[in-house]
Design a protein around this ligand. Structure first.
Ligand code: HEM
Ligand SMILES: CC(C)=CCC/C(C)=C/CC/C(C)=C/COP(=O)(O)OP(=O)(O)O
Length: 302
């Protein structure tokens, strides 16, 4: 029997449960948690470290599942999301709800029992933030949805650091601010080119409500405090030159791309719109900066 036939007979298989966790987005979320943990001045036992990262991955995946459980109706209206397991009818909502609540509870309890209560508490806050504050409360109500709700995705570096140290400190707080302030340019760059999808679904994303021009300006404006948060750890003496120089160069490039988006600069032979380039670069940027902060702290400790 072919795989295609098999999935017709058993509509929801493991791939659908995996899809509920938004695995591609969550790789970066988990990576920021891992680097937050590696940047901490206290080494963590490898087994505990692995458990903490597993808990972040489970918590993030569970939050993404509950997000899709709540907004299956919205996802059905958008081309980008219509083929997800719930809107496509491959899974019933109750299975998704049970999976999401079960895995969320498991992640927080395991983090609390095996690692520490501080990390477990921040993990719980980030899950609740994504599901309740962003998905249930803000997403359908205000174009500021991702500015406030986006904080959910900024917690993992704090969770990773807290897993190793049991507390929070200035460096992971700045890393939180970096992801928090990075989220609006990251998301609005994408929203500029999937605007019609959101308009059709009635989601008040900034380009739909305030227009393209305004969104472009907002992307440029948010890049300024984001750049400050990105570079600040170096002059504050929290990291060395490895991170400082990497962050400075890559942030300049980020700012140049954001400026292109803000000024709407695209020549006719420009196959890729500046907003597409900024969106793609935003992901690479965060991966490299977090890799650099972990490498920098590791060098300093060795
Ligand atoms: C409320 C905040 C955010 C919103 C609304 C948002 C929205 C999106 C959307 C709609 C996509 C398109 C592709 C997809 O659905 O898979 C995307 C891609 C992505 N986002 Fe975000 N995002 C947010 C925050 C974050 C955060 C905090 C991270 C990581 C730290 C992140 C990492 C990524 C990555 C890695 C991709 C690319 C996924 C792929 O390759 O398919 N996002 N984001
Ligand atoms: C540890 C923990 C709980 C982390 C959570 C991480 C988090 C909040 C990431 C945000 C990422 C994300 C995919 C937003 C998508 O917005 P959307 O849901 O509006 O996207 P959609 O239109 O693709 O459904």
């Amino acid at each position: 029997m072919s795989v295609a036939n098999h999935s017709l007979i058993l509509p929801a298989d493991w791939r659908d449960f995996l899809a509920l966790t938004k695995p591609r987005v969550m790789t970066l979320v988990v990576f920021t948690g891992l680097c937050g943990m590696l940047a901490a001045p206290v080494p963590i036992h490898p087994v505990l470290g692995f458990t903490a990262i597993l808990c972040i991955a489970l918590g993030a995946g569970a939050a993404a599942t509950l997000n899709q459980w709540y907004e299956a109706d919205l996802d059905a209206k958008m081309k980008r999301t219509a083929n997800r397991p719930l809107p496509a009818g491959r899974m019933d909502k109750q299975s998704a709800l049970h999976f999401g609540v079960g895995v969320a509870a498991l992640s927080v309890i395991l983090m609390g029992l095996a690692v520490n209560y501080t990390a477990a508490a921040i993990l719980l806050v980030s899950i609740l933030f994504y599901v309740l504050i962003y998905t249930v409360w803000l997403k359908r109500r205000t174009p500021q949805n991702i500015v406030i709700g986006g904080a959910a995705g900024a917690f993992p570096p704090l969770i990773g650091w807290a897993a190793a140290t049991g507390e929070v400190a200035l460096l992971p707080f700045l890393l939180f601010m970096l992801v928090f302030l990075w989220t609006p340019p990251h998301f609005w760059a994408l929203a500029l080119f999937v605007k019609t999808d959101y308009a059709n679904a009635g989601v008040p994303m900034l380009p739909v409500v305030a227009g393209e021009k305004n969104t472009r300006i907002q992307i440029g404006l948010y890049t300024i405090p984001m750049a400050i948060a990105a570079v600040a750890p170096w002059p504050l003496g929290l990291t060395g030159a490895l991170y400082g120089l990497t962050a400075s160069v890559l942030t300049l490039l980020f700012a140049a791309l954001a400026l292109q988006v803000a000024m709407r600069m695209a020549s006719d032979n420009d196959a890729m719109k500046p907003e597409k380039r900024l969106f793609g670069y935003s992901i690479l940027y965060l991966f490299i900066l977090f890799g650099a902060v972990a490498a920098d702290r590791w060098l300093a400790a060795s």
